[in-house]
Design a protein around this ligand. Structure first.
Ligand SMILES: Cc1ncc(COP(=O)(O)O)c(C=O)c1O
Length: 366
């Protein structure tokens, strides 16, 4: 199928980026601000690129209200690279080299399995017995092992369509958040976390690149064999310029952050995100045809997951949706069904178009 216009792109990631950002990239690609060269063709140590880098960090700090005792580090490699970065940098914070996990989906499992290479891992909560249809209940802080170095949660579960709406109290144990599929989509209190990271390919920019926000006092205790380019203390002290960073990604993230600021910032986009999700969940709640996957109190505002009565109807739904300009609605292979990813760049009109399509599909196939 060929389209003349851009579709409403519900891809889970890499995901759609704001149209004004894509247009600006296109316009500036050959000649950035009159330099006669592209931003991706100049040195990462040029004053022009360094200004983009510094501005990107400043914008992120402003938009997320990141306190001064947190470092912002740009790491090459995506979300799963941080499954190594986190234990390499944090597991030696305590001699027991123990890491705690709440299992809420595939990515928390992968994070745990990677951390196992560097120490002891312990699942202190899990919703695997109900196929991750909810956020698991975490024991009170007093019951968590005191010799743990960190406690990792996946704040938004991209595949399952669940999201932590309140973060667990882990007491003195630093909480680590994998916010890959939600960073900047809602206001979060960074001080609740020792470290928050996000692969960029949902709300920030191109894939293969991550942002790590880490409390300063946790840095410097990395394992001795930590690769230089995954050493957060070193990256932080060298402003993420330890090697040539992904200059294109940083440039695109910069434009996305400018766009977000123009939208009114995180608080404003959160409102729109809640509106979009509410529209789709309202259709699910009113229907006997569609069946939502996540329990109501665990529902994600970024990834809405649901099923239809038969796999054949799922196929027809996706094929017909595509004809209507609604792209990439097929759910992850782990759980089948439909997944609508509605990150920051998805306009309200996209959610409205999906809702209209869903109602019509139910009318004709229900
Ligand atoms: C929550 C979460 N964590 C980690 C990842 C892995 O990111 P990457 O593919 O960039 O390694 C993803 C990818 O979708 C994700 O959704």
């Amino acid at each position: 199928m060929q389209f003349r216009q851009r579709v409403y792109n519900f891809s889970p990631g890499p995901a759609m980026l704001p149209l004004p950002v894509m247009k600006q990239v296109q316009e500036e690609l050959l000649n950035w601000r009159g330099m006669g060269a592209s931003i991706i063709e100049i040195s990462h140590r040029s004053k022009e690129f360094e200004a983009v880098l510094d501005e990107t960090e400043a914008l992120l700090r402003e938009l997320m209200r990141i306190p001064n005792n947190y470092k912002v580090v740009f790491v090459s490699g995506g979300g799963q690279m941080q499954f190594s970065v986190v234990p390499l940098n944090l597991i030696a914070l305590k001699p027991a080299r123990k890491a705690l996990f709440a299992q809420s989906g595939n990515f928390s499992q992968r994070a745990r399995d990677e951390a196992k290479k560097y120490g002891t891992v312990l699942d202190v909560a899990s919703s695997e017995d109900t196929r991750f249809d909810r956020i698991p209940q975490v024991p009170p802080a007093a019951e968590l092992p005191r010799d743990a170095s960190f406690f990792l949660i996946t704040t938004n579960n991209t595949i399952m369509g669940t999201q932590w709406h309140t973060f667990p109290d882990t007491g003195e144990i630093p909480l680590v958040g994998d916010a890959t599929s939600e960073l900047l989509s809602r206001e979060i209190d960074v001080t609740k976390f020792g470290l928050v990271f996000a692969g960029a390919q949902k709300n920030l920019g191109p894939a293969g690149f991550s942002v790590d926000i880490v409390r300063e006092d946790l840095l410097g205790k990395q394992l001795p064999d930590t690769p230089k380019l995954l050493n957060l203390a070193q990256l932080a002290s060298e402003r993420s310029l330890t090697s040539t960073p992904n200059t294109f990604a940083i440039y695109v993230v910069n434009l996305v952050l400018h766009w977000l600021k123009e939208q009114g910032g995180v608080k404003a986009i959160q409102k729109v995100n809640e509106q979009k999700a509410a529209l789709i969940y309202a259709v699910l709640d009113a229907s006997k045809f569609y069946k939502g996957y996540a329990l109501k109190e665990s529902r994600s505002n970024m990834n809405v997951t649901f099923n239809l009565p038969t796999p054949a109807l799922v196929e027809t739904f996706c094929a017909d949706a595509l004809k209507a300009g609604l792209y990439a609605l097929k759910g992850h292979r782990y759980k089948g069904g439909i997944r609508a990813s509605i990150y920051n760049a998805m306009p309200l009109e996209g959610a409205q178009a999906l809702v209209q399509f869903m109602k019509e599909f139910e009318r004709t196939h229900g």
